[in-house]
Design a protein around this ligand. Structure first.
Ligand code: FE2
Ligand code: FE2
Length: 175
């Protein structure tokens, strides 16, 4: 195994672990506000959050097995995620759905890329990543079904949320 590839796998697992913590933060913020703004979405948001907790545990266990510390962006992700979740939660169901759709599109693109670069080099990382893809696809697909076409918030939020998610992943890979 090449040392460079191992390091890449370690960094990817570390970033994904912090990212799952961010996802939990987003859903926690949204759940808090959706009690008032979108009560019909609560059951789904709680279900999604339970998936993210499982994902975080998978990457956390893999980090520990590798003897690596969590990302320095771990708490930044939690706090940033919570703030994003609370703001979008306050804006209602279409904003909540647009946020999840935008985050998950970026996440899915990165997961697919990670699987390609780690294929044949880091089987443990590949197996951890593969085990969460179906859940993230489900979050994306169910949420995009809730977006009301032509409404204001999806158009405003999609570029902002996509860029923020990209920035967090970019930063995490360099920390
Ligand atoms: Fe996740
Ligand atoms: Fe997700």
């Amino acid at each position: 195994m090449q040392p460079v590839a191992t390091d890449l796998g370690d960094r990817i697992i570390k970033v994904n672990h912090a990212g799952e913590n961010g996802a939990i933060g987003i859903y926690t913020g949204q759940i808090l506000m959706a009690r008032l703004t979108a009560p019909s979405m609560l059951a789904e948001l709680r279900e999604f959050r339970s998936h993210e907790r499982r994902h975080r545990a998978i990457f956390g266990a893999e980090l520990e097995r590798r003897g690596r510390r969590r990302c320095r962006s771990y708490w930044l992700c939690a706090i940033g995620g919570f703030v994003l979740g609370a703001i979008t939660g306050l804006l209602g169901s279409s904003a909540i759905a647009a946020t999840t759709t935008a985050v998950e599109s970026v996440v899915l693109k990165h997961l697919q890329h990670q699987l390609v670069v780690l294929h044949g080099r880091d089987p443990a990382a590949v197996s951890a990543i593969s085990s969460i893809v179906a859940d993230e696809q489900e979050h994306h697909d169910q949420s995009s079904g809730h977006i009301q076409a032509g409404t204001f918030w999806p158009r405003v939020l999609t570029p902002i949320v996509s860029a923020s998610t990209e920035a967090v992943i970019w930063l995490g890979m360099r920390l």
